[in-house]
Design a binder for this molecule. Structure first.
Ligand code: TRP
Length: 437
């Protein structure tokens, strides 16, 4: 058990804050119309993020078991909701490890004078990216085997503030670059001309929804598992708001760091997953002490990424070892090898497999598509149904209010969002985008 609510907040924030905030959020904003994406993202944070995060945590604390068994304890037969999370974690992690590998590579090269094309050259070569991906996967595996996740939380309580400070310093530098204001406008001033049709609207909405799920680690049983370690006297609503605020702060600072720099250097804002790797080295090359700041910054991103990847691996390993009765070590190795096999294909989709597509998408994109746009929303939808209709708002509120000892002022709003608004939003966005495709 966590000795205090702070331990839980650090662990959950460690899972939530990762590549999703620093790498994915800026490029998703760039490919989805800038400010319009940000507006939808914030709306979905409130309508989906907060209620679903609170629901998952309370399921976990109430049941006190792993994701599958917790859902089964709420009602027999609902363990499949946790099961969705195990499949989802596998899919997410296989793409995540590839990007983790890119981050490690950049720890070593970013002090050099890199231009924006360096990244594309790097990923179009097959062998090296796979080696770094292997190293990234191996590090998460060793941490999960060691069962030292608890120690990692201590480490992340030091590194998280450091990450925050570094991000802020580099953000301030970015904002003073010539023409940076264009990027700030693109990011912050709503410009609805990016939405020209229902199709645009549905696409941006689906991407913003997927990003909320991804960034907060929702719908995959992670927070059920973490909630199960919570003491009965913590204020879960307050913790939820803290986690969402921290996660959003890091995402917005990352946006204000990358987007103005992209505009200032005349780079391509819509360039996709390579965006931070193309932009940051250019920022550092012009910054005083950039050659020292760059590797330190990538080390901090690496730590943020590892605290997220271990949360994904942990969900799989704890389930796998309890099902097979294999030791934690063997389970972790088997799970990681399986994930690595898919990561290899994903990494090669930028080079030797770039011609092959499944469903019109390269494998890396396909994995992201399946996780962000299918598995996580479906997982989230089932959490809403499980809490709103199966377990019931009364029981959930009793758990959230610590049997009535805390006042849960938002019970009514929680009731309406989890039973009607969140499920309706997920279903509508899902169906509109399916029709559009
Ligand atoms: N939220 C993490 C990030 O932003 C990624 C992550 C960790 C995740 N655990 C998850 C995403 C569970 C979905 C579900 O980098």
């Amino acid at each position: 058990q966590w000795s205090s609510g702070i331990g839980f907040v650090m662990a959950a924030a460690g899972s939530a804050i990762g590549l999703g905030n620093i790498w994915k959020f800026p490029y998703m904003t760039g490919t989805n119309g800038g400010s319009v994406f940000l507006v939808m993202y914030i709306i979905f944070l409130v309508l989906l993020g907060i209620p679903i995060l609170l629901s998952e945590t309370s399921i976990g604390r109430y049941a006190g078991l792993n994701a599958v068994d917790s859902c089964n304890k709420i009602k027999k037969g609902w363990g499949f909701v946790g099961g969705i999370g195990i499949i989802g974690s596998f899919v997410i992690l296989s793409a995540y490890n590839v990007v983790g590998g890119w981050v490690i590579k950049y720890i070593f090269v970013s002090g050099d004078d890199l231009n924006a094309e360096y990244f594309n050259r790097y990923i179009s070569e097959p062998v090296q990216p796979i080696i770094w991906t292997f190293i990234f996967s191996a590090i998460s595996t060793i941490i999960v085997i060691g069962g030292v996740s608890k120690g990692i939380e201590k480490v992340s309580s030091v590194l998280l503030p450091l990450l925050f400070i570094f991000l802020t310093i580099i953000m301030i530098y970015s904002l003073t670059l010539p023409n940076a204001i264009e990027g700030v406008k693109y990011f912050l001033i709503p410009d609805f001309s990016h939405i020209k049709s229902i199709g645009d609207f549905a696409r941006i909405a689906l991407n913003a929804m997927g990003q909320v799920f991804f960034s907060l680690s929702l719908g995959m049983g992670t927070l059920i598992t973490y909630g199960s370690y919570l003491k009965k006297d913590t204020n879960m609503f307050k913790n939820t708001v803290t986690i969402v605020t921290l996660d959003t702060l890091i995402a917005i600072i990352s946006g204000l760091l990358i987007i103005p720099a992209v505009f200032s250097f005349g780079l391509e804002i819509t360039s996709g997953p390579g965006l931070i790797f193309e932009t940051l080295p250019v920022v550092f090359s012009r910054m005083k002490f950039g050659n020292i700041i760059a590797p330190v910054f990538f080390i901090l991103i690496f730590f943020a990424a590892v605290t997220s990847s271990i949360s994904l691996l942990e969900v799989m390993v704890s389930w796998f070892s309890s099902k097979t009765n294999l030791s934690r070590t063997v389970s972790a190795i088997i799970c990681s090898i399986a994930v690595f096999a898919v990561s290899t294909l994903a990494s090669m989709s930028f080079n030797v497999l770039s011609g092959s597509a499944i469903g019109g998408m390269p494998i890396f994109d396909l994995l992201n598509f399946i996780s962000d746009k299918i598995i996580m929303p479906i997982g989230g939808l089932f959490i809403c149904i499980l809490v709103g209709y199966v377990w019931g708002i009364k029981s959930a509120s009793r758990e959230i209010s610590n049997e009535g000892t805390l006042k849960f002022r938002f019970e009514k709003i929680f009731n309406i969002t989890i039973r009607y608004i969140a499920p309706a939003l997920i279903i509508i966005i899902f169906i509109t985008s399916l029709i559009n495709m």
